[in-house]
Write a protein that binds this ligand. Structure first.
Ligand SMILES: Cc1cc2nc3c(=O)[nH]c(=O)nc-3n(C[C@H](O)[C@H](O)[C@H](O)COP(=O)(O)O)c2cc1C
Length: 365
């Protein structure tokens, strides 16, 4: 069942407009937000992270108070290895969300990404609804656009505009073939790798790192290898177990046919735990952001222990930001407290020391 863009209440099939790709609908971004806020959009399967137990250290040579959560990303110092994943922008409502997210990112020294800037590249009037630098001067900020756009002729000029538009430190190129297939959006990804390679080369010359990211279906080993060969500066391996983008698209579908297709693929995706391991099998040192289904500080710590450098959350940040900025700040505080306790309990004095401090445990009954 789809939802009314503004209310989140179910929209009968006969009221839905004729089939159009969701991205081309100006209301689509708002609809994504509303569906993610008010509908059941999560995978039924898990990230697989719960199968990993921490190596409890009964004699940790560390002080909980003195633990160091700081780390660096794209040339910025972070207060903690936590990121607010790209979600939105381009409308007054989306801007309000991003401003709340950005203020909290500034408060805690988190990294942050804005949602796809395609709408603002097509309609510059919307650019102001992506800008958050005024409230987040020190945040490691990522611009964002879709890899599919590279195939359609976008390239270095658009990428530079996206970065300049928000004074970003880096660019996310998101890759979402399954989402595009369900939307009826861009379905020809031929030649994308070559274009990505040129883009990486040009932006690197500008001093702007390009990170490729899945939106929540995970990265396989071959995909990670090819992306690294393209010259990306880092990866976000967003995997399955949290927000299911096939389920979101089913709920946003403009036709029964697309709704059924989305539902069919609702469980498609490499779980986040496996997605992290896949990337680390290919490269031990490529900067790696983990995302997809991380819901608390223990998930964050497990992702870091499996090999991620930074853990990132989308929907939980949105849900808390929707209540208030104070609620979001309290949530981040709790996540960081849990992360600290995991570090203390495994004897990891700094973030990097967490790596490897898990073992494949006994599944919970
Ligand atoms: C409302 C919403 C909008 C999103 N829009 C984008 C986007 O424009 N670009 C992008 O790269 N990812 C986008 N994502 C995907 C998230 O960044 C993330 O990869 C995914 O939701 C999995 O993380 P989660 O389980 O913590 O939600 C969006 C997520 C949400 C919840």
């Amino acid at each position: 069942m789809s939802a009314h863009p503004s209310s989140g209440t179910p929209m009968p099939a006969e009221e839905r407009p004729a089939e159009t790709p969701v991205r081309r609908d100006p209301a689509a971004k708002r609809q994504h937000l509303d569906v993610c806020l008010y509908e059941d959009v999560e995978y039924r399967k898990s990230t697989g992270l719960e199968h990993w137990d921490f190596l409890n250290d009964a004699l940790p040579e560390v002080s909980l108070e003195a633990l160091d959560l700081s780390c660096s990303l794209v040339g910025r110092r972070l207060g903690a290895p936590l990121m607010i994943s790209p979600m939105t922008g381009g409308t007054p409502q989306a801007w309000e969300f991003n401003l709340r997210l950005a203020r909290v990112a500034q408060q805690f020294g988190l990294a942050m990404g804005v949602g796809s800037q395609r709408v603002a590249l097509e309609d510059p009037e919307r650019a102001r609804f992506f800008r958050v630098r005024q409230v987040a001067p020190d945040v490691a900020l990522f611009a964002n656009f879709g890899g599919a756009q590279l195939v359609r002729g976008w390239g270095v000029a658009e990428a530079r505009r996206a970065v300049e538009m928000i004074e970003a430190d880096a660019l996310f190129v998101h890759l979402n073939p399954i989402q595009e297939a369900i939307q009826g959006g861009d379905q020809d990804f031929r030649g994308l790798a070559g274009r990505l390679e040129s883009l990486c080369r040009a932006l690197q010359a500008d001093g702007v790192p390009v990170f490729a990211r899945e939106v929540g279906f995970g990265l396989s080993e071959p995909a990670a290898r090819r992306l690294i060969e393209c010259g990306v500066s880092g990866l976000d391996c967003a995997g399955a177990g949290g927000t299911s983008w096939a389920r979101v698209e089913a709920l946003c579908a403009r036709s029964e046919r697309r709704r059924v297709l989305g539902e069919r693929f609702a469980e498609w995706g490499i779980p986040t735990s496996q997605s992290i391991l896949n990337v680390r099998r290919v490269s031990q040192d490529i900067p790696l952001i983990a995302c997809g289904g991380l819901r608390d500080g223990l998930d964050v710590a497990r992702a870091l222990a499996l090999g991620a450098d930074i853990a990132s959350m989308a929907r939980p940040m949105l849900l808390h930001a929707n209540v208030s900025e104070a609620r979001l700040a309290a949530f981040v505080e709790s996540v960081l407290t849990e992360l600290r306790v995991c570090m203390f309990g495994t004897g990891a004095a700094e973030v990097r020391a967490l790596r490897g401090r898990v073992f494949r445990g006994v599944p919970a009954v």
